[in-house]
Structures are given as C-alpha cells and as structure tokens.
Design a binder for this molecule. Sequence first.
Ligand code: SAH
Ligand code: SF4
Length: 344
Amino acid sequence: MTDIKSMTLEELQQWVTKQGWPKFRAAQIRDWLLKGAADFDEMRNLPAELRARLKTSCYISVANIEKKLVSRYDKTVKYLFSFRDGECVESVLMNYHHGWSVCVSTQVGCKMGCTFCATGKSGFSRDLTPSEILAQIEAAQRDQNIRISNVVLMGMGEPLDNFDNVLRFLELAGDEKGLNIGMRHITLSTCGIVPKIRELAKRRLQINLAVSLHAPNDEIRRQTMPVAKAYPMDELLAACRDYFAATGRRVTFEYALIRGVNDSDAQARELGQRLKGLHSHVNLIPVNTVEGTGYQKSNVQRQQSFADILAGYGVTATVRRTLGSDINASCGQLRRKSINEGGK
Ligand code: SAH
Ligand code: SF4
C-alpha cells in the first residue's frame, strides 16, 4: 500500500497518469489530502472508479487518539497517538498567549540513547513518515477544534536522523492549501548531528534550530549524550554559527539542569565563555525526573544563579515555564508506561 499523503504533487501526478487517469486528478486528490480528508470516499469530485482504485492501492495516514491527558492547570493536552501498524508516539498541545503550539514526534523511539531521556531509554522502533508527522498536528487540531500556529519537532525521536522525511513534512506543512504553517513558526530540535545541521543550513529554510546541549564541555556531555562522542562541542558550535550565518535565524540551546551533574556556578561560567558572542538563546529546563535515571532537578536558586552567570557573559537565558506540569511526564514516558502495562 502506498502512503499517498507523503507524496509530492509531482509523484502523485506520476501515479495518477500511470493508472491511466488525466493529470489534473492528482491536484484534486492532493487538495483533499491537504484539507485533511481521512477517507477516499470524501473525495466527491473524483470518479467512483478512481476512488475504488485508490482504496485498493493507497492509504491515508491518520493519528488515532489512544490516550489523552488534559492538564487541570492550563490548556495543555498530551496525546498518545497510534498509527496503522499499531506503533505509538506522543504529542503535546500547548496554549501560549500567541496561539496554539504543538510538539510532535518524528520517530517511534530514538537511537541516540541520551541517559536522561525516557524516549532514549525505550529504544528505537522506526522512522515516522512525513504524513504521520503531519497527522499528529491535524489530529490535535481536529480534537480541540483550533488552529495550530506553531510546531516544534521536539517530541519523540531525533528529527535529523529522519532527515528526508522531516524535510518532506516541512514542505507539506507549509502548503498554503493545507496547514499553511510558515517555516518561521517551526522549530526543529536536535541532539547535535553536525553533518545534518550543515545539510539543513544549505537548504536555507527559515526554520528555527534548537540544539540540545545539556553540558558545558565534552567530558560531561559524553556522559549523558552518546552523540557527543561522534561530534565534539567545538564542531557543533561551529555548525550553529554557520547555521546563523546561512539563515539569519538565532539558534536556541536547550540545557536541562541536572542537580550535581551540570548545574554548578563553575559550569555556568564555562558555558558562558563558550557561547559568548554566538547569536543564541539558552533555554534552561529543570530536568524532568525519569524513572531509573537517578537524576534530579536543580533547585530554583541554582537555576537562577546559572541564568545570572550566563547573563554576565552576554548570553541570554530563560528558565522555561513549565506548562501542564501535572501531566508532564516528559516526552516518551506515556508510551513507556503504556508498554510496561502491556499496552501498545
Ligand atoms: N531528539 C531531539 C528532539 C527531541 S527531545 C533532541 O534531543 O533535541 C526534545 C528535548 O527534550 C531535547 O532538548 C531533550 O534534550 C529534552 N529532554 C529529553 N529528556 C528530558 C528530561 N528528562 N528532562 C528535560 N528535558 C529532556
Ligand atoms: Fe533521542 Fe532527543 Fe531523547 Fe536524546 S533527548 S534520546 S536525541 S529524543
């Protein structure tokens, strides 16, 4: 079966003409898909015969709601979605003053193995297709009857380890006839796969890049992030500098504060020293406790002190506001729990 929703217009045109139908049918099908049609029968302007053909050879990706947690404190909603093969991923919908933002997954699991991350701990299953990344946004939108204006690729998985599918997703999400989400409203978060950051920079898309740093030096970074063994911090920061030069987009660094691991004043100074002069912003996040890791959050004074020291180097840092703190089992935990309970 063909994943029709992941196809470009050109691919769809090829498919349609190969089946003996006129080319313009492709644009019709694509319009329906971009509008969120979940069934070929909805495509009323297509001949019945073509619809029948589509049904026997193609499928339309949808994200089915398996579980849903709604925060009692704010409007945050956390979803566990399943796809046609039964694999599940998590997405989180957040309400900010500027509108609705959704955090979507790009893979089922992750190969990168960061020690603090629930997703990393449950291993890798498969890449998501472009349409499956898109379907998470559409499902959340439909469920809450809202329009999502911002997307962050910060759910389960490493987006740059699923490069081609993520790029195709960006193209689909930006389509005016579909979700119409501008590249400036999309943020891609990576653990720091340097050659892929460079490849992304070459495309000169206007997307925002977030880089998970979580350490002031290679020694500490290698302890928590195996990817650091392949790509040292100097190379990573050079790639970030070049990303800014190529796109004009300021890079964001994610830094999860872990008590006694990466949160001392000396470590803040070391980080300040390294990031000085880089067009960037640091998001400090008190680490979410994941069962079995033994990591704990830094206390509020530590968080503030860390931010203040960075500011002294001209590096702007904010301690991230936590939305949906009552349901904020960090991404990957809902699926993990569901696996442990013998669910999907
Ligand atoms: N793989 C990508 C994107 C998904 S992870 C990446 O690593 O950037 C999204 C963000 O959540 C990353 O910044 C990641 O480092 C962070 N994260 C993972 N586990 C966390 C935890 N337990 N507490 C705080 N942040 C965490
Ligand atoms: Fe993968 Fe990101 Fe988790 Fe690391 S933090 S294991 S890269 S999802």
